[in-house]
Design a protein around this ligand. Structure first.
Ligand code: CA
Length: 260
């Protein structure tokens, strides 16, 4: 069975990244934390997921029944919804269908399902869920799915991200500033895309690294600074009469947007 004490998500991290955690964990809740809603009626599982995700610096709300879950999902702004299928008051399939069809909520949904509900799982995906996980699951597996989903656009139609005269098309991979095409490496593109998805918000170095680099990547303490430098050389430096778009927030991290 799922047991966060046995399979801790933090075990997946590289040791050289842990210093970021302790340093930024106190700050991270005041910044652009990824918010996750967990709808699960088994209190033990729900509370374990919440505890594990909070240790990974996610902000987590819990709902123990379908009605509460639907109410929160329809009114609050989440980055991801983890949804059990078998729930009292309103089941996960109904929640999924109503969110997508009636409420036009496009937040990624990760379905949790028991092994004997394979058919439900397929139906869930047809109703607009993005992925599913079969119980029992390891916490590492859950984290990997969350990370994969959080890289997807929230609204499938909104693939062009902009700030001022800079635009990034996440489908065609085209980046332009002031009408001029800019060539970025894969990593530079991923970094810019992440900054743009959180335009105007301060992002800690730890958040950026966790979202842009894989867990098994070799990250040195200055890797992010180096890549921010590469990006500045391409999107800010050549445009001398234009405002600088990448802002350094000393001691915290970075944000994209025009200051003042
Ligand atoms: Ca259940």
């Amino acid at each position: 069975m799922y047991n966060p004490d046995v399979v801790s998500g933090s075990e997946c991290r590289k040791k050289n990244r842990t210093f970021f955690l302790s340093f930024f964990s106190a700050l991270v809740y005041n910044m652009a934390v990824m918010r996750i809603l967990v709808v699960e009626d088994e209190h033990k599982i729900a509370n374990s997921i919440k505890k594990g995700l909070e240790q990974e610096s996610y902000a987590v709300d819990l709902a123990y029944d379908g009605e509460d879950g639907f109410g929160l999902a329809a009114t609050e702004d989440y980055d991801l919804i983890i949804l059990d299928l078998m729930l009292p008051k309103m089941d996960g399939m109904e929640i999924c269908a109503k969110l997508r069809q009636e409420e036009k909520v496009h937040t990624p949904i990760l379905i949790l399902t028991a092994k004997d509900q394979v058919e439900d799982k397929v139906n869930g995906l047809n109703l607009g869920a993005d992925d599913y996980l079969t119980k029992p699951f390891s916490f590492a597996e859950l984290l990997a799915r969350i990370r994969a989903l959080s890289r997807r656009p929230k609204n499938g139609l909104n693939t062009v991200l902009t700030v001022k005269d800079l635009s990034l098309d996440s489908l065609s991979f085209e980046v332009k500033r002031a009408g001029k095409k800019i060539d970025l490496s894969k990593k530079e593109f991923a970094l810019l895309e992440y900054l743009l998805r959180h335009k105007g918000r301060i992002l800690s170095k730890e958040q950026i690294i966790n979202h842009v680099w894989d867990y098994d990547a070799d990250i040195l303490p200055n890797t992010l600074e180096v890549y921010i430098g590469y990006l500045r050389n391409k999107i800010d430096k050549p445009f001398k009469n234009k405002p600088l778009l990448i802002q350094t927030v000393r001691g915290f991290g970075y944000k994209i947007g025009v200051s003042g």
